[in-house]
Design a protein around this ligand. Sequence first.
Ligand SMILES: C[S@@+](CC[C@H](N)C(=O)[O-])C[C@H]1O[C@@H](n2cnc3c(N)ncnc32)[C@H](O)[C@@H]1O
Length: 264
Amino acid sequence: MTQHWNAIRKHWQLLGPPLRPPAEAVETYNRELDLSGAHVVLLGVTPELAGLGATMMAVDESADMIAGIWPGDTASRNAVNGDWLDLPAPGASVDAVIGDGCLSVLGLSAARRGLFAAIARVLRIGGRAGVRLFAGPETPDDPQAVRALALSGGVSTFHELKWRVAVTATGEAPDHAIPVKRIVEAFDALFPDRKELSASTGWDLPVIGTIDVYRNSSVIYSFAPAATLIREAQAFFGDVRTVSTGSYGFAERCPLLVMREPRG
Ligand SMILES: C[S@@+](CC[C@H](N)C(=O)[O-])C[C@H]1O[C@@H](n2cnc3c(N)ncnc32)[C@H](O)[C@@H]1O
């Protein structure tokens, strides 16, 4: 897992929305979770989220990601090496837990349940959590429609295309899980000519090449539909809903999953 993220870290600056949260998505966390006076636990080291809250502890299992991506510890925030499923915080001690795309990087529903349980445990009464989703469709998209959309200029960034290919390749797989290397195989099958894709979209070849790090990865992602994730979260929280994170490309598949009333 950490090898996978270290490879991605090396081209982090080439990534963009929807993989990285745009300003309107960051504002959604702040507004929906009322973070200004909050002690926050951040799942991962997503730099765009590092300025939220009054105080923050970021938790990431990859020392390379902390060293390479985290904007740095200050008097009010720090990053620690740790596992989200075993959060290094006492029970009922945290105002808010936030994270970006975390449920998709946990490949299996058992791990998602482990994360919901860990979040519910550390939240105090009145605590709340928000995780931006990368959600799959209720019924699978047609791969050829994805290809046609991209070549006609209907996809906002290469990273949106990467996720459209990923959710399409996931289809109706058990647990909505997909080995990351299958995403690049599906991309190669749909877009064998990268120069054609670059010419019709204006995307630079090095940006398109960011998908190649998936080729040697042993990691499994998942793209469960939002309704499935809401159902899974409801076992751990009394109040679960999704909120739009804006109007950027693919935003309709990237709502914020907001969880309140932990059953911890
Ligand atoms: C926040 S997630 C998603 C980031 C981004 N939005 C994307 O999809 O490219 C990425 C981070 O999660 C971390 N991570 C994944 N699983 C973890 C776990 N079980 N415990 C701690 N960190 C984990 C990785 O090391 C990585 O830094």
